[in-house]
Design a protein around this ligand. Structure first.
Ligand code: ACO
Length: 326
């Protein structure tokens, strides 16, 4: 039976110019390249310049996504931005992007707060709206300036994060309704608020009237991450009626190489099918999946027709997955 699918027709990404290597981090806190590389897989991270906002990063990614899609901003009828580091407490980064891009007056634009799962959640929302006929062409962005909520004296967290943005343009078309269709084939999102205190920003508008700094119980996050990411991948595959091992690529949230490798093993995927970009991106939260995707599409590593699972997990806890044919 035919059905509406959301096809990825454009992609974009951006990382700020400033790079901090692990050796640079060792000048800020007591750490070493060896410790960070071995425990996390991270070698360097990009940090937004003074005055460079999340919306600035998002705009670069959005402009590239429109260009690769070959469409103008006037063709967009929805913008969703996954972020936990908006320019202002309100309004949404998405409305600023709509105005800056020159979108049609009145199109819906909103931010979605799901931390590291922000892109998978945003893609899920946009895909559902396209399938309901509420929009035909949508811009979905993940953009973060996590450096702004990083405690640069806390070696447990400051070595982990980076700034960046990634974006996709998705467009509705009528597919055959089977897994040979291109576009989003299956999505599933989850949450568990009982884990709220294990990973959160210690601060906020209603609690401290400040943005606060990232706090993480690394061991607890680590314990849950592999199970959540595995569940997300298995669920989207099962919903679509395929085996996880049939995919061309797993693109997991880039949080920690040991988590990524653990998930790959649990899913019985060879290392060659698991995308790793954490070495030069660090953890960019909602930006991590679209950033890595766009890099791999640009380099030709991921090709048209490839079957891919995105899976992510983050604060909340939130987690989720999407099965997509590029
Ligand atoms: N450099 C040097 N030593 C450090 C550093 C550092 N940057 N950070 C911590 N240490 C020390 C600790 O103080 C501790 O020393 P101690 O034994 O004297 O107390 C020692 O290293 C070991 O610390 P652990 O916390 O046991 O280290 P672990 O092997 O668990 O690694 C890490 C820590 C990398 C945070 C790990 O717990 C982890 O990967 N957790 C998952 C969390 C994650 O990836 N979060 C990303 C954000 S959430 C998300 O995106 C899903």
């Amino acid at each position: 039976m035919t059905c509406i699918r959301s096809e990825i027709i454009g992609h974009g990404h951006y990382q700020p110019a400033k790079v901090l290597t692990n050796n640079d981090m060792a000048k800020i806190v007591e750490t070493s390249d060896e410790w960070i590389t071995e425990r996390t897989g991270i070698k360097s991270r990009h940090i937004a310049a003074e005055g460079e906002l999340t919306s600035d990063l998002a705009m670069h990614a959005a402009e590239m996504a429109l260009k690769t899609a070959g469409i103008s901003a006037e063709e967009l009828d929805l913008i969703v931005v996954g972020t936990v580091t908006p320019d202002n407490t309100f309004p949404a980064v998405a409305t600023k992007i709509a105005a800056k891009l020159g979108c049609r007056h009145g199109i819906p634009a909103f931010d979605l707060s799901a931390a590291c799962s922000g892109f998978v959640y945003s893609l899920t929302m946009a895909d559902n709206m396209l399938r309901l006929g509420q929009a035909k062409t949508a811009l979905v962005i993940g953009a973060e300036t996590l450096s702004r909520v990083t405690d640069w004296t806390d070696r447990n967290t400051c070595v982990l994060f980076g700034d960046g943005a990634g974006a996709v343009v998705i467009r509705a078309y009528e597919g055959k309704g089977d897994t040979t269709d291109r576009g989003v084939l299956s999505t599933k999102i989850f949450s568990d608020g009982a884990q709220y205190d294990n990973l959160y920003c210690k601060g906020g508008v209603s609690s401290t009237q400040t943005a606060g700094f990232t706090f993480m119980n690394g061991k607890e996050v680590f314990k849950s991450a592999i199970g959540c990411l595995t569940q997300a991948a298995e669920t989207v595959a099962e919903q679509a009626g395929i085996k996880v091992t049939d995919i061309d690529w797993l693109l997991p949230h880039q949080a920690n190489i040991r988590i990524i490798e653990g998930v790959g093993k649990k899913l019985e995927l060879p290392e060659s099918k698991v995308i790793v970009t954490i070495d030069h991106q660090a953890n960019t939260s909602a930006a991590s999946i679209p950033l890595a995707l766009s890099e791999c599409l640009e380099s030709g590593k991921i090709k048209k027709g490839d079957l891919i699972i995105f899976n992510s997990m983050g604060a909340g806890f939130t987690w989720g997955g999407a099965l997509v044919r590029i």
